[in-house]
Each structure stands twice: as C-alpha cells, then as structure tokens.
Design a protein around this ligand. Structure first.
Ligand code: NAD
Length: 480
C-alpha cells in the first residue's frame, strides 16, 4: 500500500508541492507514515496572500464566533486523543502516554483560548484632562507566521495558532519537516471547525526554502526552535519591522541539596531529563548536587536508569522511545564523546539495538563534570544529563545560573528558606521546587530569559500581548 500524501493547505485547498519526502517512524525505519509534498517559496507567498485576503473576514468576526470554532476544534482533538496520540508517537517517537497527553494538552489549549477571547482585554478610564474619556482596545496584529519545532508536534502549534486565531489574526503555519502529519491533522480539524478559507494555511516545506518568505512578508512571527535559527529570524525582522516572538533553546539545571528527599530528587531528574527522550526545551540537563547527597544521588540515579525501558514508542511498558532521527542521535553521541574527553565518566548512553533499526539510545549520565565543560554549556537535546558536584547551596545556585539559556531551573530541597531563596535568585524564566524542570501549565506565562526567549511571553493570560496590538483612543464630547 502506498503511503498517504500530505500536502500544504492554502485558502482551504490541498496544494501539492514540488518535492516529495518520506515521513519515517523513528522507532521503525521501515514504517513510512506518509510522503510529504514539500512547498517552494512561491507557495509560501501564496499562503501569505491567502491569509492577507482572509484577514478582513476573520478579524471582523465576533469573539463568540471565534470562540465557537476553537471550542469545536478542541472537542474534536480531545475526542480523538487515542488516534492522534498514536500518530504522534509514530511520527515523533515519544511514548504513547506522553503523546496522548500532548494531544489532550492541545485540546485544552484550544478550549482555554475559546474562553479567553470572551474575557475583557481592554480598559476604559478618565483622562487626566477634564471631560475626556480614554479607551485602550486590543486589535489583531494581522497575518502571523507560526513556525514550530519537531519535539511537540501538536501542542506547540496549538499554543501559537489558538491565540492567534482567538484574537482575530490570520495564520500561515510552517511545522518542522519531521512532523508534518500531526500538523496536518490540527489544521484539518480547525478548518473543518468553521474557519473561513485562508484564515489558517499550512505550508509544508524546508525551513531554508520557505522560511525566508515566511519571515519577511508578514506582520508578526511566532517561532519556537533553536537559538541559531531564531537569531536569523530576528535579524530578518530588523528590516521588515515585523513583531517577533522567539522561544529558543534551554540549558536547564536541577539543583539537589543535602536536604532533598532522595526519592523525590531521583524522580524529578528521571522525568525531567529522560521524559520525551530528553527532547524538551525544558529538559533537565545539568544535575547540580551538593557534597552531602552527591554520592547517594548518583548511585540512586544509576539504579533507576538501569530499570528504565527503552523501546518502540508505541509498545506497552516502554519508559522512553527513540531519538527523533539519525542526526539528533549523532549529536547526542558526539556530546557524550566530548564529555568523556573532558574527563567525565559516562554511564549508559549506548545504542539499544532493535530489529526495526530504530534510533534508540540508552539514557546517559555524565558524572564528574565541571560547570564549564562543553556538555554543561551547549544544548544536547537528547536523553543525556550530567552531574556537577558542589560544596554548598551558594555554589549550586551559582552553577545553576551559569547558563545563558535560562528557560527552566529546579531545586529539590525540604529546606523552605533554600527553596524561597532559589525561587527569588534563579535567572530562569520558570522555576520548579521539588518538581521536574519540564512540565508546565497552559494557563500561565511560558518562556525563558537570556538567549532562551525574545519578545512577549507565550500562553495563558500573557498571549494577548503578542497576538494583539493596543490602541489608545481619546474622546471629548465635542462641547465645552
Ligand atoms: P530548528 O531551529 O532547526 O527548526 C525550527 C523550525 O524552524 C522548523 O520548522 C524549521 O523548518 C524552521 N526553519 C529552519 N530554518 C529556517 C529559516 N531560515 N527561516 C525560518 N524557519 C526556519 O529547531 P528544531 O530542531 O526543530 O527544534 C529543536 C530546538 O527547538 C531546540 O533548540 C529546542 O530547545 C527548541 N525548542 C524550544 C522551545 C521553547 O519553548 N523554548 C520548545 C521546544 C523546542
């Protein structure tokens, strides 16, 4: 049976592209989910034009009409959680429970913004000058490019597309090349939920080909991906003047102090570091342990890692699925080699063979590293953590703050004063106490500091800031 063909969707119509590329299951490389018909630059421009044409229609719908569409889409996403979760696990390689959870999250986000659009977002107040009234209203920004990475194939698109549409913008959506099928399903659901043609367009294509068009001809760009791609986009907006929001890499520390509950610390590290194969921007990547707990913690981690099951993402009882593709696998292994060269002892991190030739890597822990080692400075983006031993909480805090990609940081401690101090003095955009560094809510702001983010925060109440532009109006009754 030939694989399904996935095409771009422009103005509500399926539009074939110019080259085909297989969509391969990372757990089983003989399993081709689909062929992607990739767009060229002209199609990206066509999608922008379609979004521009749909803007007067969609931006003038009532909040209730927009709410109904988002709510309907959210209901369908949730009702199909098993099927879409299976597709996501097959396409990206996270385990079925993780994939199903991500689909549910996407549904929750759609429903959250269905409600959020009905909330008050403006202001009415008296002027400091007599007799004048002031209103501050929120209006759509215009045509928004949504560019997303492969590691959350449905949740990240949902948390950008839902607020964009909720606040009356139209969208051109370009998902990562590795995950077109999940993206296609989300767009199909939203279009069938009642969007007018062109309000949401899907461009399946290489970033290097369609990216330059999608980052120049629009009013706003919301991007999640690597620091280097994000930097290029920021540069492009200097000339175009488009509004830009970037969520980029993370180098996330988890501090474990002498006062930590050992089993809580181990679970936080395992879930935060190896959940979703460590391929999360919020993944714990540096474990900073104080001297009194370091040895016991490292020993307990090794015991837990040896019972961690790696295998086909869709098999029951698997703790961790494959790495997403061969190039990411090579990157993970390169970092482990560098860590060894710099003197670390690496536990795990070997390839796990399978009949289906999936890209499986055992979870890895690099022990005995210094905070300045390369493995502790650059983002690995795989099931790889390293341990740094420090003498005191103060040293731990300094190590945790050494990163330049300050997305999420955690501390495991039962000392309330230490926890409060860490919350206050961490440089990260999100701080976790006795919780994994990964795992966030959808109704509160999300984002990092330093090189990790640029522009207004995403999600929850923060989203209105990026996806609208404010207007301040002054009205005088016209009589003295
Ligand atoms: P990437 O930067 O390679 O690609 C991201 C997207 O950008 C893809 O859709 C890609 O096709 C597109 N792209 C590539 N070149 C482009 C160009 N010149 N112009 C416009 N778009 C272009 O990232 P990735 O490998 O897909 O994802 C992994 C990265 O994403 C990691 O660094 C991770 O930390 C980051 N990430 C960050 C967050 C966050 O919220 N901070 C969340 C998830 C992932």
């Amino acid at each position: 049976m030939s694989a399904r063909l996935l095409t771009s969707v422009i103005a509500g119509r399926a539009v074939p592209g110019v080259e085909e590329r297989p969509n391969i299951n990372p757990s089983d490389v003989s399993d081709v989910l689909a062929e992607t018909s990739a767009a060229d630059a002209a199609m990206a421009q066509w999608a922008i034009d379609a979004a521009r044409e749909a803007l007067p229609v969609w931006s003038q719908t009532t909040p209730w009409e927009r709410s109904v569409v988002l709510d309907r889409a959210g209901s369908e996403v949730m009702a199909r959680a098993d099927e879409l979760g299976d597709l996501l696990a097959r396409e990206e390689g996270k385990t079925l429970p993780e994939a199903r959870g991500e689909v549910i999250r996407a549904g929750q986000i759609l429903k959250y913004f269905a409600g959020a659009v009905l909330q008050p977002h403006g202001l009415a107040l008296d002027s400091v000058r007599p007799g004048i009234e002031i209103t501050v209203t929120r209006e759509p920004v215009g045509v928004v490019s949504v560019i997303t990475p492969w590691n959350f194939p449905i949740a990240i698109p949902a948390w950008k597309i839902a607020p964009a549409l909720a606040f009356g913008n139209t969208v051109v959506f370009k998902p990562a090349e590795l995950v077109p099928a999940s993206a296609w399903e989300l767009v199909d659901i939203l279009n069938r939920a009642g969007l007018p043609p062109g309000a949401l367009n899907l461009v399946l294509g290489r970033g290097s080909v369609v990216g330059p068009v999608l980052t120049t001809g629009v009013d706003a760009i919301t991007f999640t991906g690597s620091v280097s791609t994000g930097r290029g986009i920021l540069q492009a907006t200097v000339d175009s003047g488009a509004k830009v929001q970037l969520e980029l890499g993370g180098k996330n520390p988890l501090v474990v102090t002498d006062d930590a509950d050992l089993s809580v610390a181990v679970e936080c590290a395992m879930q935060g570091g190896f959940g979703s194969t460590g391929q999360r921007c919020t993944a714990s990547s540096i474990l900073v342990a104080t001297a009194g707990i370091h040895d016991a913690f490292v020993e307990a981690m090794q015991a837990r890692m040896s019972a961690w099951t790696v295998g086909d993402a869709r098999s029951a009882g698997v703790d961790m699925g494959p790495v997403v593709d061969p190039s990411q696998l090579a990157q993970d292994e390169d970092y482990l080699a560098v860590a060894r060269e710099q003197g670390a002892q690496v536990v795990g991190g070997h390839r796990v063979e399978s009949a289906a030739a999936g890209h499986f890597l055992a979870p890895a822990l690099a022990i005995g590293t210094a905070i300045t080692d390369r493995i502790n400075v650059e983002e690995v983006f795989g099931p790889v953590m390293s341990v740094v031993r420090v003498d005191s909480y103060d040293e731990a805090l300094a190590a945790a703050n050494a990163s330049t990609m300050n997305l999420s940081a955690g501390i495991c401690t039962t000392d309330l004063a230490e926890a409060a101090h860490f919350r206050r003095h961490s440089k990260a955009g999100m701080v976790m106490v006795n919780l994994p560094t990964a795992g966030v809510d959808f109704h509160v702001p999300f984002g990092g500091r330093g090189e990790s983010s640029h522009g207004p925060r995403e999600q929850g109440t923060a989203a209105v800031e990026f996806f609208t532009t404010s207007k301040t109006s002054y009205t005088h009754p016209g009589q003295p």
